[in-house]
Every structure is written in structure tokens, then in C-alpha cells.
Design a protein around this ligand. Structure first.
Ligand SMILES: Cc1cc2nc3c(=O)[nH]c(=O)nc-3n(C[C@H](O)[C@H](O)[C@H](O)COP(=O)(O)OP(=O)(O)OC[C@H]3O[C@@H](n4cnc5c(N)ncnc54)[C@H](O)[C@@H]3O)c2cc1C
Length: 241
């Protein structure tokens, strides 16, 4: 709510990465409840030392990180701290989130899947069961082939999306496709890599179980995959001539 030269912010935001080691947060707040996403959301830079701003607690996760919960209780933020235009926060967020999706939820899953596939192949060559290396078994070859195909297709998708973003194109829909495809592809590849390693795949000695936990989170964070599919479907239907 605007009050002279300040905005008075109230509300709670759960799950904020790295807030405990930050001086400022980027806050998206509703400044016009009627317009909401269509011009009613504003982006602020908020000093975490502002009276009324409290880091309430951390939420430990299966990935090892522990995002914060932040309470805003009548926190007065100067209007000078508005980033961009008043009401322009949603489109800024869309742009930043697209970039994050390509990098953290596109390129990173591709890297994880590549390493998991490498480990899968290396182990299949050396592990002998019932007199033959796993690599000789068609069931294992199929897992390797499927992983290689899915990884290759996803990598090209990520490259194309990143390239279009660099050309200044609107890549919102493509970034949805990248995020959903890459996170689900890497989930399958890491899962297969664990399967090929047998009991060893479950051990903390290898990075596989760690990737398994990390990659699981990416189907939820930066927009749940169901929400992105929903939005993508809506956008495609709307823009279809
Ligand atoms: C470790 C971690 C770090 C995070 N860091 C940040 C951060 O730094 N900044 C930040 O702003 N947020 C952050 N978040 C929040 C994160 O972006 C959200 O958790 C995520 O977008 C999902 O929202 P939600 O948890 O409210 O799930 P909900 O919206 O409650 O959804 C729950 C489930 O319901 C389903 N669902 C929801 N809507 C629909 C729909 N329309 N159609 C079909 N199915 C649907 C999906 O399966 C979804 O997983 C973080 C979360 C975690 C876990």
C-alpha cells in the first residue's frame, strides 16, 4: 500500500533461497489488487535490515539446502526502491525467470544427465554378472540408448532456447518446454544410472543419489511442471491461428 514516499508491505514469503546471506531481496508485491498480474505487481529492492522484515525460519530440504521464510510486518520500503515501473513487476519477473529456467533448469539437468550417462556406460563395461559384462545385455543397452537420445534432443532444445534468448526473442514458451523436458529427462537418466549400478547406485560414495535428490526438486521449483504445461497449453491454443 502506498503511503507518501513509501510503500507499506505486509505478508509472508516461504522458501527464499540464500536469504540468510543476503543484504537485499527482490520482492514482488501486489500494489493493485484489481490488476494483479496485468499491471498490479511491483518489484522492490528491500533492505533486509528494514524494520518489520524478519527472517522467521529456515526449511531444511532433501537437497541439503534450507530456504528461508520471510515475514513483512508493516515494513516501509521507499518508493525509490521500486525496480522498473510501478506495476511492471510481473513482466520483469517473467524475463528473469525465463533466464533462470534455461540455465538452472535446462543446462544444469543436461550436465547432470551427461555425467550420469557416462557413469552408467563406464560401469556397464566393467561389471560382470552371470558371466558377461552388463554392457552386453540388451536391457542395459536400451537404457543407455534411451538416455543418449533423450539427452541429445534436450541439449539441442536448451541451445536453441538460449540462442533465441540471446537474439532478444520472446522465449517464454520455449523456456517452459526446456524446463519441463530437461528436468524430466534428467530424472529418468539419473534413475536409470542408479538402476544400472545396482546397490552401488544407492551408496553415498557415488554422486548418483545426490543428483537424484537434486533433480527431483527441479520438477517443482521455478514453477511446478504441471503449471508450466498448463500455461504452455493455454499460450499455444491462444496464439494458434
Ligand atoms: C528449495 C526451494 C527454494 C526456493 N527458492 C525460492 C526463491 O528463492 N524465491 C521464490 O520466489 N520462490 C522460491 N521457492 C518456491 C518455489 O518456486 C515454489 O515452491 C514452486 O513454484 C511451487 O509452488 P508451491 O510450493 O506453492 O506449490 P503449489 O503451488 O502449492 O503446488 C503444489 C503442486 O500442485 C500442482 N499444481 C499447482 N498448480 C497447478 C495447476 N494449475 N494445475 C495442475 N497442477 C497444479 C503441482 O504438482 C505442484 O507441485 C523455492 C522452493 C523450494 C522448495
Amino acid at each position: 500500500v502506498r503511503d507518501g514516499e513509501n510503500f507499506v508491505i505486509n505478508g509472508t514469503k516461504r522458501f527464499i533461497t540464500a536469504a540468510g546471506r543476503s543484504d537485499y531481496v527482490q520482492l514482488m508485491a501486489v500494489t493493485d489488487p484489481e490488476k494483479r498480474a496485468r499491471g498490479g505487481i511491483t518489484c522492490f529492492a528491500v533492505d533486509l535490515k528494514t524494520p518489520g522484515v524478519t527472517l522467521e525460519r529456515q526449511w531444511p530440504t532433501m537437497m541439503g539446502e534450507a530456504p528461508w521464510q520471510i515475514l513483512f510486518d508493516n515494513a516501509r520500503v521507499p518508493a525509490a526502491n521500486v525496480i522498473g515501473e510501478i506495476g511492471g513487476g510481473f513482466s520483469l519477473a517473467q524475463k528473469w525467470i525465463s533466464e533462470g529456467r534455461i540455465r538452472g533448469h535446462g543446462a544444469r539437468p543436461v550436465g547432470i544427465a551427461q555425467r550420469a550417462l557416462d557413469l552408467m556406460i563406464e560401469y556397464a563395461k566393467v561389471r560382470v554378472t552371470f558371466g558377461r559384462p552388463l554392457a552386453d545385455r540388451q536391457a542395459i543397452q536400451f537404457m543407455i540408448a534411451d538416455s543418449a537420445m533423450e539427452l541429445h534432443a534436450t541439449r539441442l532444445m536448451v541451445y536453441e532456447c538460449a540462442w533465441r534468448q540471446d537474439q532478444g526473442e520472446d522465449v517464454r514458451n520455449l523456456s517452459y518446454m526446456v524446463k519441463v523436458t530437461a528436468t524430466e529427462m534428467a530424472s529418468r537418466v539419473v534413475d536409470r544410472a542408479i538402476q544400472v549400478h545396482g546397490g552401488l547406485g544407492l551408496m553415498k560414495e557415488l554422486p548418483l543419489e545426490w543428483w537424484y535428490r537434486q533433480i527431483r526438486s527441479t520438477r517443482i521449483t521455478e514453477g511446478a511442471n504441471e503449471v508450466l504445461r498448463w500455461r504452455l497449453g493455454q499460450n499455444i491454443i491462444r496464439s494458434h491461428a
